[in-house]
Design a protein around this ligand. Structure first.
Ligand SMILES: Nc1nc2c(ncn2[C@@H]2O[C@H](COP(=O)(O)OP(=O)(O)OP(=O)(O)O)[C@@H](O)[C@H]2O)c(=O)[nH]1
Ligand SMILES: [Mg+2]
Length: 589
């Protein structure tokens, strides 16, 4: 029995695909609806949960992942080994996809068993076979049927940090922003090091959820393990600011792997790996998938509702006396003209909002500049007055910049981001209402059922995550010019020159860093409004195309030939039945 077996969740992606295919075959006027359904499927895929295993070299990251997979496929060794991040995600068969740094096409290798997989991986991801990444591999992705990868979990093996191979550390650092959560592996041999604490601090900046695994407990007696985790807990609390009751999961990845290979459920549980698999992987992934799944389901149902409306409109129009059809069609055109008027109005409002947001941003940038100028000047003057040393003053300024600015700039970025989200939400609701009104007008005029789907209240903007997390790295301080010449000057004069120079440095720092923030926000603001405006235009155009298109097609069919209308009516009736059934499946959850 597979100790990690879980019931497979019903596949939302499959339900969506069942919906997208018939929508696409309804005709070219439904292509955009089908595209939107495909985009939702992609979003589900992208929304997979990325969980990295991080830690210093040789802590047992690859071994732990092998244990979770249930077979030894990731190379593990007693020397620093993993050199390329390797993603593991669900697939029905084993396959490796290798992506290259220079953009040449990915290499895809199908393998039949664990040994084949291990061989391909060893050739590409190890420091031994691919020293300093001579093969130019960017990343490796493995498809694998293990249940540990169900629920959209993507597990990531990363190169260990802190080994003599500095490039491995750099590779892992560059990877952090893509992770939703991480398992941070430490072990007893040796106890947590200063390098790991520094790495952990960095990781904390990028990854919102971290879980601590204490590996290789098989080396220790129960008493020793208790002492060792106590020490780890203290270090985490004192040096990484974690709460003193932070959860630490003791595991033996090696024993876990052996247990999986021998089908030993008790050994699997005793290794501690079962708890990691059950509690962490499943819990985290489900949490994320639920939120995403609910939102995707709701949107898909909305799209299906739109398509059904168009089909029903067509069917109704095909059955209506021709004079009545023409009259209602003219009334609908009038409703569309009114909607277009409102669209223009909405765009004017948006342009005004964008201008006000830009002004707000400038006001904040000016205030920040003032605040930092005062703060830095104070720091520099105090340090210089106390020490009389220019170098010490520069040092103090650098300290203030490094400690305070990033946090405060991020806080400002987050605040403005909130504000933008709040303001755009109102416009978003108005736009949804306007687009909905076109469909409602058609439904009422032609007397067919239609419910405007609920709009989601959460207004999503893609830029948010990297806005707030962007690296507000500080501009370097200007090097101090040679002071030799000044040594000969009278003290007063020399001090004045130093003070002036320090003030200039402070001013430059303030400008550079505030400008950094301002510029990135101006860009994001523009992008947010541009996207929003085009979404409004496209959404409205879609609504018009679907409703008016369906009615016009019916009018044309009626005018051509009675037989043609009958064929079209029969086809639409069939399509409605198929879609209604697909919608029921989608909504059964
Ligand atoms: N005793 C014991 N040894 C383990 C355990 N887990 C891993 N090891 C051993 O530790 C060594 C390193 O394991 P790897 O899985 O290669 O470690 P890694 O963290 O992936 O190393 P890098 O890829 O170099 O960063 C191997 O010899 C493993 O067999 C464990 O739970 N107990
Ligand atoms: Mg490894």
């Amino acid at each position: 029995m597979d100790p990690t077996t879980s019931t497979n969740p019903p596949s939302l992606a499959a339900d969506l695909a069942d919906l997208a295919a018939p929508v696409r075959s309804c005709g070219p006027e439904f292509a955009s609806a089908a595209d939107r359904l495909d985009a939702l499927i992609r979003r589900l895929e992208e929304g997979r949960f990325h969980l990295a295993v991080l830690g210093q070299f040789k802590r047992g990251k690859s071994t732990l992942l092998n244990a979770l997979l249930g077979e030894a496929v990731l190379p593990s060794s007693v020397v620093p080994l993993t050199a390329i991040p390797t993603r593991l995600r669900a697939g029905s068969d084993r396959q490796v996809r290798i992506a290259y740094l220079d953009g040449r096409p990915d290499k895809v290798v199908d393998v039949t068993d664990a040994t084949g997989l291990a061989t391909v991986l060893a050739r590409h991801v190890t420091e031994e076979a691919n020293p300093a990444n001579r093969l130019g591999v960017r990343e490796v992705e493995v498809l694998h049927p293990s249940p540990a990868l169900a629920n959209g979990v993507v597990l990531i093996d990363t190169p260990g940090i802190g080994s003599t191979y500095a490039h491995n550390t750099a590779t892992t650092m560059a990877f952090l922003a893509e992770c939703d959560a991480a398992l941070f592996l430490v072990s007893a041999d040796p106890p947590i090091t200063a390098v790991e604490v520094a790495f952990l601090r960095e990781v904390q900046e990028h990854i919102p959820r971290l879980f601590f695994l204490f590996n290789k407990v098989d080396y220790l007696t129960a008493d020793e393990a208790a002492v060792a985790t106590g020490f780890l807990r203290r270090v985490l609390a004192e040096q990484a600011g974690l709460s003193s009751d932070v959860a630490i999961y003791p595991v033996s990845a090696r024993r876990g792997l052996a247990a999986r290979e021998n089908g030993d459920a008790e050994g699997w549980r005793a290794s501690g790996c079962a708890e990691v698999a059950d509690r962490l992987l499943r819990f985290l992934a489900e949490e994320k998938q639920q939120v995403l799944g609910a939102s995707v389901r709701q949107r898909a149902a909305g799209i299906a509702g739109e398509v059904l409306l168009a089909l029903r409109l067509a069917l109704r129009a095909l059955a209506m006396p021709i004079e009545e059809l023409e009259e209602r069609s003219a009334q609908f055109d009038a409703a569309l003209a009114e909607a277009d008027q409102q669209r223009r109005f909405a765009k004017d409002m948006l342009a005004g909002e964008q201008k006000r947001m830009a002004e707000l941003l400038e006001t904040h940038a000016a205030a920040l500049r003032e605040q930092y100028r005062a703060r830095l000047t104070g720091v520099v003057e105090a340090a210089f007055a106390e020490s009389g040393s220019e170098a010490a003053a520069v040092e103090a300024m650098a300290g203030a910049v490094a400690d305070e600015f990033p946090r405060e700039l991020e806080a400002t970025a987050a605040m403005l981001d909130e504000e933008l989200g709040r303001r755009l939400r109102v416009h978003h609701e108005n736009a949804a209402q306007l687009i909905g009104s076109v469909r409602t007008a058609a439904a009422e005029l032609f007397d067919v059922p239609y419910h405007v789907p609920e709009t989601e209240h959460r207004f999503e903007r893609r830029s948010r995550a990297w806005w707030v997390r962007r690296d507000f790295s500080m501009s370097p301080l200007i090097p101090i010019p040679a002071e030799v010449m000044e040594r000969a000057m009278p003290r007063r004069l020399r001090e004045r020159r130093v003070r002036e120079r320090l003030a200039r440095q402070a001013e430059n720092l303030v400008r550079a860093n505030v400008e950094n923030l301002r510029w990135s926000m101006v860009q994001d603001l523009d992008a947010a409004f541009r996207t929003f405006t085009s979404e409004l235009d496209e959404g409205l155009a879609d609504a018009v195309r679907a409703t008016q298109g369906a009615i016009e097609a019916a009018v044309a069919a009626r005018n051509r030939h009675e037989a043609e209308s009958r064929v079209l009516a029969a086809r639409r009736t069939g399509e409605i039945a198929v879609l209604e059934a697909a919608l029921v499946r989608l909504e059964r959850e």
